[in-house]
Design a protein around this ligand. Structure first.
Ligand SMILES: Cc1cc2nc3c(=O)[nH]c(=O)nc-3n(C[C@H](O)[C@H](O)[C@H](O)COP(=O)(O)OP(=O)(O)OC[C@H]3O[C@@H](n4cnc5c(N)ncnc54)[C@H](O)[C@@H]3O)c2cc1C
Length: 461
């Protein structure tokens, strides 16, 4: 590689076990291509804003290409909402430019600080998965640099196998250079939200099943320290878009603008003892008590979709050792598994400060896309002695109930676990054999889970 690089320790958003990487930061496509075609002495990986929690965007002792300077928007068609841009553009940048003009991404994850490349590489889901599917439902085509085939354009109709391997493929098929996606028309930057308390996990799942179709957006906060008949008590927060005519006076004057807010910052690493079962229990009690049932509450997009973005560097709350986010999706018939997982967390007093539950609709066509019909539970677990063994127990529960982990979050699962959870893994590897037969693209996730062979090993055959 001919461009200058920096040696840096990189980690995912969980700040769990940083690894040394050679980091390049090209500003233009031709510089990027020169870098990639120049022939790296080691393996290479693209990285966005580093919001995947585990090791998907790190490459120990290898090269990492920071894509965030490749963030140009190229064209926009106001008839169709199709936007063409470089993959380092963040959803935050798209929202800042297009929301005031009445357009919004079709799917947004729980933070706006992700790049398009990152959103596609994990085929991210939002609070509307049960209605609209995941991010790839809104992607028309991708220009992708691959080690063996050079630059290929792929879409659901052109090089479709490469497209469906790239969507959810954790950056392993190549480096995205350009993306066409469809934005959606919106009339206002507000939802009307209904807040509903559910006394336990069964009540929450029943409420999801009975009424989720009535809502465009749906998510629940779960108290994962509650026990016995309160196990998994939850606050459901579901909403629908609002027409400007229904908004109260202030927002009605500027329906496509969200209020300016002061963002708090966590200025330093919290000592490890700050987040403990007692402090989390106190937080959970307060949260449950505060969120009284409400109907038709006007909530702006920032507050509804990205509540955590209001606290900058919130990942420092877990201290220097970092944390792991564990996202487990159970099929509809796996409800007992979900209950068993919550019981295990509560008995082990492995408190999650944030536990979130969503209902997924049908999975998409991405070979390694995470979502599948069912319920998805997300837990944040601080790194502490015994964590890996504990996560192994959770994996067992998940496997026994036909569930799967999310690669954007995972940091510890074994190759056998991941292979059992992703039935299209061989098909994915087949595409890698074509686009990267010599294993030039690499990541810690790929090596740890074996979803792609390590650099130097052959992909042939
Ligand atoms: C607070 C918070 C809330 C979140 N909520 C959700 C949620 O609700 N739903 C959800 O699905 N996810 C959620 N996530 C996870 C996040 O959306 C994904 O991990 C996303 O991939 C992060 O994008 P990024 O730009 O930070 O990518 P990175 O984390 O930097 O990289 C992620 C992957 O993308 C690949 N990649 C990046 N750019 C390119 C490129 N140009 N070409 C090829 N590969 C590329 C990398 O190699 C890596 O494998 C959340 C994360 C946080 C921190």
């Amino acid at each position: 590689m001919n461009e200058s690089f920096k040696n840096m320790a990189l980690a995912g958003w969980g700040r769990y076990k940083p690894v040394p990487c050679h980091v390049y930061r090209p500003e233009r496509r031709d510089a990027l291509l020169a870098l990639l075609d120049g022939g790296a002495p080691d393996s290479v990986l693209a990285r966005g804003l580093g919001r995947s929690y585990g090791d998907a965007a790190v490459n120990r002792d290898g090269s990492v290409v920071d894509m965030t300077r490749l963030n140009r928007m190229r064209s926009f068609d106001p008839e169709t909402g199709e936007l063409e841009c470089e993959p380092g553009v963040s959803l935050s940048e798209i929202i800042s430019v297009f929301l005031p003009r009445g357009w919004f991404p079709g799917v947004v994850p729980g933070t706006r600080f992700v790049t398009l490349g990152g959103a596609i590489a994990h085929d991210v889901h939002g609070k509307n998965h049960h209605r609209d599917g995941s991010f790839s439902s809104f992607v028309d085509s991708i220009d992708l640099w691959t080690p063996a085939l050079g630059v290929v354009t792929c879409s659901p109709t052109e090089n479709a196998d490469i497209f469906w391997a790239t969507v959810g493929g954790a950056g392993l098929t190549g480096v995205m250079l350009s993306v066409r996606l469809r934005l959606r028309r919106v009339e206002s930057a507000y939802v009307t939200a209904d807040y509903q308390r559910c006394a336990n996990i069964d009540a929450a799942l029943e409420a999801f099943d009975a009424t989720d179709e009535d809502y465009a957006y749906s998510v629940a906060w779960v108290d994962c320290l509650a026990t016995a008949e309160s196990l998994g008590r939850s606050v459901l927060m579901r909403g629908n878009p609002v027409a400007p005519g229904r908004l109260p006076r202030g927002p009605a004057q500027k329906p496509l603008h969200t209020p300016n807010r002061f963002n708090a910052t966590v200025p330093f690493d919290f000592p490890g003892f700050v987040l403990n079962p007692l402090s989390i229990r106190a937080f959970n009690e307060t949260f449950y008590a505060m969120n009284r049932p409400v109907k038709d509450k006007f909530v702006d997009y920032d507050k509804y979709f990205f509540p955590l973005d209001r606290i900058l560097h919130w990942n420092r709350m877990y201290g220097k050792r970092g944390f792991v986010q564990y996202q487990a999706t159970f099929p509809p018939e796996g409800r007992a598994g979900l209950r068993a997982m919550l019981e295990r967390c509560s008995v082990a007093r492995r408190a999650s400060f944030l536990a979130v539950l969503k209902k997924f609709g049908d999975g998409g066509k991405g070979m390694l896309s995470h979502p599948m019909r069912g319920y998805t539970l997300t837990l944040d677990l601080a790194d502490s002695p015994g964590l890996t063994a504990f996560l192994g127990e959770l994996d067992r529960i998940l496997l026994d109930h036909g569930g799967r982990l999310y690669l954007a979050k995972d940091a510890v699962a074994s190759p056998e676990t991941i292979a059992a959870m992703y039935p299209r893994l061989e098909e994915f590897r087949g595409v890698l054999r074509r686009v990267d037969p010599d294993g030039r693209i690499g990541s810690d996730l790929a090596r740890r889970t074996g979803i792609a062979p390590a650099a130097g090993e052959t992909h042939h055959g």
